[in-house]
Design a protein around this ligand. Structure first.
Ligand SMILES: NC(=O)c1ccc[n+]([C@@H]2O[C@H](COP(=O)([O-])OP(=O)(O)OC[C@H]3O[C@@H](n4cnc5c(N)ncnc54)[C@H](OP(=O)(O)O)[C@@H]3O)[C@@H](O)[C@H]2O)c1
Length: 338
């Protein structure tokens, strides 16, 4: 039994061969056949999706993200269940799905309809609308996961300043907002000086320039940060590691500036610093649902819904290009069915 119409609209990226072997990606809105969707216990009428860095990469020939072609990108989605063979997830329920293979190795959220395994689905609780959930999206979920990891390592408000890098972006901005709302003294590192006022509005106690957090330095510098959230990677993680306080940790999730890590072992062996790797895509569903419950309650950013740019399937191209160019200022949500 399917409740998905025979054809519907989806944003599709398809890798095509070129004479130089590099390939190119053709992308845009197409009529998509329901018969070409993968199997799954839950059928969703997608209301909203969002734009994440990985989605940008999924539409580039050299992005190394898309493992099928053509692909409907979109690593997250929120919508209403229209058919279900899982009694725990009834028709009419509002749900979120993100991560695992979504938008990477199987079709994702930039689509009017999607079919997903029941074990990937998070029922939305009352505290969040479908649009709220995608204003958070994978980036915001990863921010929450990072905060939870730091808490589990023992970090508490009052322990000292916590640094968030790439603060104008999706992971960074949400981490900043969550930490500030929880009562932490949060410092924001950004490459966009004109974002300083907005970041202070989200709760930043102080701002660091990108130069301060990307400059070369000694293997160990003055102990400054009680914790850190980093989604920028190559450019900033070395600075974070050499300035963390003894016993402190950084939750590292991203490579917006590149994947290489140029550091020494000294922060680890002389200060007991911890590098906590965040992989939101593979997080087990129970942990995932528990973090979404917290996102609807104590981790819900007060600023949720602000600093959100709305696009539609037809206007996705510019947002995908902008996120890859490091031009994020908050989050982009994709209104699919609304
Ligand atoms: N591991 C996971 O589970 C997971 C989940 C979500 C995202 N991620 C990864 O996390 C990263 C961020 O994702 P996002 O959605 O937050 O992206 P985003 O919205 O584009 O934010 C990234 C931010 O990084 C900063 N930045 C970009 N290029 C930089 C450079 N060359 N040097 C220094 N800073 C730079 C910019 O902030 P400023 O201008 O303010 O400095 C930018 O806004 C990506 O690599 C993404 O793939 C991983």
């Amino acid at each position: 039994m399917t409740a998905i119409p025979t054809t519907f609209r989806a944003y599709v990226a398809e890798k095509l061969d070129t004479p130089d072997g590099a390939g190119r990606v053709e992308r845009g809105v197409r009529e998509f056949q329901a018969a070409d969707l993968p199997p799954g216990e839950i059928e969703v009428r997608v209301g909203w999706s969002s734009v994440n860095y990985k989605d940008g990469l999924a539409t580039r020939a050299d992005g190394k993200v898309a493992r099928i072609s053509p692909i409907i990108p979109g690593i997250d989605l929120a919508g209403k269940v229209v058919a279900s063979s899982d009694p725990g997830i009834p028709v009419g329920a509002s749900v979120v799905a993100h991560g695992y293979d979504l938008g990477v190795a199987r079709h994702g959220g930039f689509s009017e309809y999607q079919r997903v395994p029941a074990g990937w689905v998070v029922p939305l609780t009352d505290g969040l609308t479908e649009r709220d959930a995608m204003a958070i999206g994978t980036a915001g979920f990863t921010a929450a996961m990072s905060v939870v990891a730091l808490e589990e390592r023992g970090l508490k408000p009052g322990d000292g300043p916590v640094l968030v890098t790439g603060a104008s972006g999706g992971v960074g901005g949400t981490a900043l907002a969550i930490l500030a709302d929880l009562g932490y003294e949060v410092w924001a590192a950004t490459g966009k000086p004109d974002e300083a006022d907005r970041l202070r509005g989200l709760g930043a106690a102080g701002i660091l320039t990108r130069d301060e957090v990307t400059a070369a330095g000694k293997p160990l510098e003055s102990e400054r940060w009680a914790g850190a959230v980093d989604a920028v990677g190559a450019a900033t993680l070395p600075y974070v590691l050499r300035t963390l306080r003894t016993g402190a940790a950084v939750a590292a999730s991203g490579n917006a500036s590149g994947p290489k890590l140029d550091t020494t072992v000294f922060p680890f062996i002389l200060r007991g610093v911890a590098l906590l790797g965040m992989d939101s895509a593979q997080l087990a569903i129970d942990r995932r649902r528990a973090i979404w419950d917290r996102l609807a309650t104590d981790l819900r950013p007060r600023s949720l819904g602000e600093h959100v740019t709305e696009v539609e399937l037809e206007t996705l191209d510019a947002a995908l290009d902008a996120i890859l160019a490091g031009e994020a200022r908050g989050r982009w949500v994709v209104k699919v069915g609304g």
